[in-house]
Design a protein around this ligand. Sequence first.
Ligand code: BT5
Length: 254
Amino acid sequence: MSDAARADARVIGRAVHALDEVGSTQAEIAWLAAEGAPEGVVVTARHQRAGRGRLGRAWWDRAGESLLLSVLLRPEIVPGRAPQLSLVGSLAVVDAVAAETGLTPGMRWPNDVMVGERKICGVLAEAATGAGGRLDRVVLGIGLNVNQAEFPPEVAARASSLRLLTGRVHDRDRLLAALLAALDARYREFLAEGESLRAAWRRHSVTLGARVRAADGREGVAVDLDDTGALLIRAEDGALLRVASGEIAGAPAA
Ligand code: BT5
């Protein structure tokens, strides 16, 4: 395939709206979606006044230091597969950051990208269903810490940036281009439902092999991801537990 044909075939990032300051890029995409915007539209911002994480948590940024973006996806899938898109997003971040910086980030299930013990990126997949419970869209949001030299006290102990980790300032436009290309490739893999995506999740997961505690208090060692992206945990009594989405925490050592 020629480069031109490949660019034409591309879904994610065909249109990119680069905004300055917004409440949340997730809300900007929801408005575009309501106006009938096609799949693959991207909104970026230099700053979010109300950047959000999961469960009502906040996502912090200072203007011009982060990559803040949301992507409109309209996959023809059952709603139950939608949470896998946060794994698709974090894997694309791992791909792009590794290629552009030489760092080796890991994925902490279900939606964080880590370097060592520190979070450099959070991913948020918000699904909206329409008539008859059909999946209408998924808005995939990504916040990546790029050029921060410091963080506010509420996140300082657990966050890092590409700049802090590599000792150099990074070109945000170049990173964005790499990230959108990686997202496009990983999204295609997701739609094709091959085993390659699951193998990549396993390879880059820092959660597998760790002792974890699910939100409902169940504890054990994370042993695998199933084909839906759910985490499989081996409990003390040998039972295999499945955690479809939500929270896990490091469990105290036995
Ligand atoms: C996430 O939530 O990690 C998903 C964050 C998604 C942000 C993007 S930015 C573009 C798009 N537009 C939005 O409004 N959101 C998306 P969660 O797993 O709930 O983690 C949130 C927690 O991460 C917070 O409670 C803090 O502890 C921590 N945190 C907040 N800001 C951070 C930062 N810049 N770096 C590292 N950790 C941070």
